[in-house]
Design a binder for this molecule. Structure first.
Ligand code: B3K
Ligand code: ZN
Length: 852
């Protein structure tokens, strides 16, 4: 396959002044009529001189007819598009008209125009529009669109504002120039949950959340989140909405979470539909975050878009950073930060440490869909958070104002983005830019000394080579540091140290005694901190640190130390850790959500990563056993406290999804998981039987499955929820997640035989085959059965849906961590995928990168 390079960027030969599309919808033979006004690009001399061919993208299209300025032209498309030779093109602007035929009902890749439960919908990012008609399908070509939809379906939607409607007809006009990847169309038998929003400047916007009949009762939270996001963007970023109407549509068959199409966001129904009975607290929080994320794209992504797909982090990193700030404002910044860092380490650090490592701004790809990654999204957000820490809040806001003013209506680059910060602050950001161009997670080694009242921290940064990048020059690292007195008081409040050298020291004078340092507060940079820290010092920080992130981090570090010694030396759980956690749990002044996080042990995959980084080959079965032992030790340490905590954290009254109630339920759920190990599941069985919300019902079921019980509850759950697709996804996934290691593959295989295992639905596919790698000991069972099962299913899915198949294959990215037998088994599975005839470009690239 062809590799595309950032360095080879060329402006398009032509620009587009406007686009008019007509859709005659039919499942097997939809006709798409396009009328596109092209002009030679003034930035391309060859085009101005009439010497540039016009190459249009087009994939799986049946060309019916084509004309230029009304004169029929005879062109022969190939597999990826068609070329209009320069000789055929008028000197100035001209109109291209084409009629093509496509078959949405046969589109299983869920890219382009496809059908889901009788409803038509689209997904065009990144390059799906070329499956709809011939076009310059690249983000730097922006145009206003007019769309006419002809269909007998009752609801017909597209981007922008509605301009005409008639029997079996609707017309939409989007005045804001946009790239084709933001195009959307929806047609179906849908009902709306409606509301309105008045913008800061007094414009009324109609808001609709469109769902299948029967789901109307599950839209309120999505709508409420949308209105809060709209208000927040006005208040915090000064950004108002810019159309008369904003539509959100929930679709059951969707490759990812959601899509920010202009004025017509399309969502995986999982991130829209919620009721207390069917959605957990985590579901509610994710809905709030994703609704906000897609809405925020209206400015960061749509009004200002990306010049090319290498700049993906320009919109994604920034929009993730914005949605994280929003959720923090809506809930708790401390808790949100811990959750985000947990996620970053679990997915992005893991990616950065393996064969799929790539820069936040990659410089080459074969299939762009393979680069919607934790690195581009989550590390992309971290880079912006660091930039904000370095320049300060006021300068950040000024830079953003300039960004919106300078680049509105444009397709921009990371260089443009950094330039607005350089222009507003006068800083030189050339070294900072390495965060965008260099892959890998820096390791930050710290030592310290104390002499004559002066305390010095010595830092050393080092980043291991990543694929294609051997040299890693030092980066700018903002290190937030505070110092505590041995009595627990803070002597030096948080300071932002700015490290720019490979080795650098910072001193603090006038101290009466040797302080205890609290380093990298708030996780001020996405690095791996390495410092020899005694268990006593961690316990001290767990008890006294004023920075909530580092307080949590101290407990985390202790837990890892304890687990590590349990795994490698068969040591008993250290009493210092157990009592430290107990003291924290007993502190009623602490947010329950925070306490719940402190009680959560590092995941098995996290421990495997930690062991590997320490030069020890991880054995997933031993990690699993040690983690189970530690849970039991925690349960017995806390045996006096747990029943009280469980009762105290009960939330009286009707369920509400707010952060305070959710935090109490989280702590109650964590207490239940431990209590279940003491009372043989009695409390969990009781909770399961009478829970009036999904958080408590699912929490009880998970607690039971984790101790090898819950058979009756699994059946009862299925009977009750069989008709609810989203709840059944949870049912499928929980059984795989909590299966005993040796039974995991068989459990997953059995579930794939279930009559409701509709493997063509990505949510259902992920609920079983995505849960398999999430059960670390089960996935890495020495028999290799899980590796084989996952590979079988990836091979089966690939011809239908390459995007989802390729994404699932990254479960194998950690093969190099493990022992020789497991390496052979994993690489064997990957090799088998790679050798499959007719493999997609997506999977071909993924397997090649993983196998090297
Ligand atoms: N921009 C979309 C992701 C598109 C993925 C294409 N493979 C959702 C988002 O990040 O908001
Ligand atoms: Zn996004």
């Amino acid at each position: 396959a062809q590799t595309i390079h950032l360095a080879e960027y060329q402006p398009p030969s032509h620009l587009i002044e406007d686009v008019s599309l007509t859709f005659r919808l039919d499942p097997k033979a939809t006709r798409v009529l396009s009328e596109i006004r092209f002009v030679p690009n003034p930035a391309r001399e060859d085009a101005l001189a009439g010497k540039a061919d016009l190459r249009l993208d087009g994939v799986q299209l049946k060309l019916i007819s084509a004309a230029i300025d009304g004169n029929p032209v005879d062109v022969t498309p190939d597999a990826t598009g068609l070329t209009l030779p320069a000789a055929l093109l008028p000197a100035g602007p001209f109109t291209w008209e084409a009629e093509v035929e496509i078959a949405p009902a046969e589109n299983t890749a869920l890219e382009g125009l496809y059908m889901s439960n009788g409803m038509y919908c689209t997904q065009c990012e990144a390059e799906g529009f070329r499956k709809i008609t011939y076009y310059l399908d690249r983000p730097d070509v922006m145009a206003p669109f007019r769309v006419r939809i002809e269909s007998d379906l009752p609801v017909l939607l597209s981007n922008g504002n509605p301009v005409a409607a008639g029997p079996e007809l609707a017309e939409w006009e989007d005045p804001w120039p946009k790239p084709a990847y933001l195009f959307a169309l929806v047609a179906g038998d849908l009902v709306a949950h409606i509301d309105r929003f008045v913008t800061r400047s007094g414009e009324t916007v109609d808001l609709n959340v469109w769902v299948r009949p029967g789901d109307e009762g599950k839209c309120a939270y999505a709508m409420d989140s949308l209105k809060r996001a709209m208000k927040w963007d006005e208040e915090v970023y000064g950004r108002e909405y810019d159309l008369d109407i904003f539509n959100i549509v929930a679709v059951d068959d969707f490759n990812m979470g959601a899509m920010e199409n202009k004025g017509l966001n399309i969502f995986n129904s999982k991130y829209v539909l919620a009721s207390p009975e069917t959605a957990t607290d985590d579901d509610f929080a994710r809905i709030e975050a994703i609704i906000a994320h897609e809405y925020f794209h209206n400015w960061t992504g749509n009004r200002i878009t990306c010049r090319d797909w290498f700049q993906l982090c320009l919109k994604e990193g920034l929009t993730v950073f914005r949605d994280q700030s929003f959720s923090g404002d809506m809930r708790s910044h401390a808790v949100k930060r811990i959750e985000d860092v947990l996620d970053l380490r679990a997915r992005q650090f893991r990616e950065d440490a393996g064969p799929l490592a790539h820069p936040v701004r990659p410089d080459h790809y074969q299939e762009i869909n393979n680069f919607y990654t934790a690195t581009v999204y989550d590390k992309g957000a971290e880079v912006i958070a660091m930039l904000k820490r370095l320049v300060g809040d006021d300068a950040y806001r000024k830079a953003l104002d300039l960004y919106f003013e300078r680049h509105d209506g444009e397709a921009a680059t990371i260089e443009d983005w950094l330039k607005v910060f350089e222009d507003t602050t006068g800083r030189d950001l050339s070294q900072f830019k390495r965060w965008y161009t260099d892959a890998g997670t820096p390791h930050l080694k710290v030592t310290d000394d104390f002499k004559d009242g002066s305390y010095t921290l010595h830092f050393e940064q080092e980043t291991a080579p990543t694929p294609g990048q051997a040299e890693k020059p030092p980066r700018v690292i903002p290190i937030a540091v505070g110092l505590l007195n041995p009595n627990g008081d803070e002597v030096v409040p948080t300071q932002m140290l700015e490290m720019t050298e490979a080795k650098q020291s910072f001193s603090f004078d006038g101290l009466a005694a040797r302080p205890v340092p609290s380093i990298l507060r708030g996780f001020s940079a996405p690095v791996i901190l390495e410092r020899e820290t005694s268990a006593e010092e961690r316990a001290f920080l767990l008890a006294h640190d004023t920075d909530p992130f580092n307080r949590w981090e101290a407990g985390r570090g202790l837990a890892k130390q304890v687990l590590l010694r349990m795994v490698t030396e068969g040591a008993a759980p250290a009493p210092g850790y157990l009592s430290g956690i107990e003291a924290l749990l007993r502190d009623n002044g602490l947010d329950p959500a925070f306490r719940a996080l402190a009680l959560r042990l590092p995941s098995e995959d996290d421990m495997a990563q930690t062991l590997h980084a320490a030069g020890i080959t991880p054995d997933p079965s031993r990690i699993h056993a040690a983690r189970q032992d530690l849970q039991r030790a925690l349960a017995s340490q806390l045996s006096a406290l747990l029943p009280a905590l469980y009762t105290e954290m009960a939330v009286p009254g009707a369920y509400t999804p707010d952060a305070a109630a959710a935090g109490k339920r989280a702590l109650r759920g964590a207490a239940l998981a431990l209590l279940t190990r003491l009372d043989d599941g009695a409390t969990a069985q009781g909770q399961f039987a009478k829970a009036d919300n999904m958080t408590e019902q699912l929490g009880a079921l998970a607690a039971l499955l984790d101790i090898g019980k819950g058979t009756d509850e699994v059946t009862a759950f299925e009977t009750r929820w069989r008709a609810d697709r989203l709840v059944m996804d949870k049912w499928f996934s929980l059984q795989v997640l909590y299966a005993a290691p040796e039974a995991c593959a068989a459990t997953a295989a059995r579930l794939t035989e279930h009559p409701d295992f509709d493997w063509k639905n990505p949510n259902r596919f992920r609920s079983v085959l995505g849960a398999l790698p999430a059960n670390a000991a089960g996935f890495h069972d020495p028999s290799g059965a899980s590796y084989r099962l996952l590979a079988d299913w990836i091979i089966r899915l690939d011809p239908l849906n390459p995007q989802t198949a390729a994404r699932m294959s990254s479960a194998f990215e950690t093969w190099a961590r493990y022992d020789g037998d497991r390496q052979d088994l994993i690489c064997g599975a990957l090799e088998r995928i790679r050798q499959t005839p007719g493999l997609s470009r997506d999977l071909n690239e993924m397997t090649a990168r993983m196998l090297g």
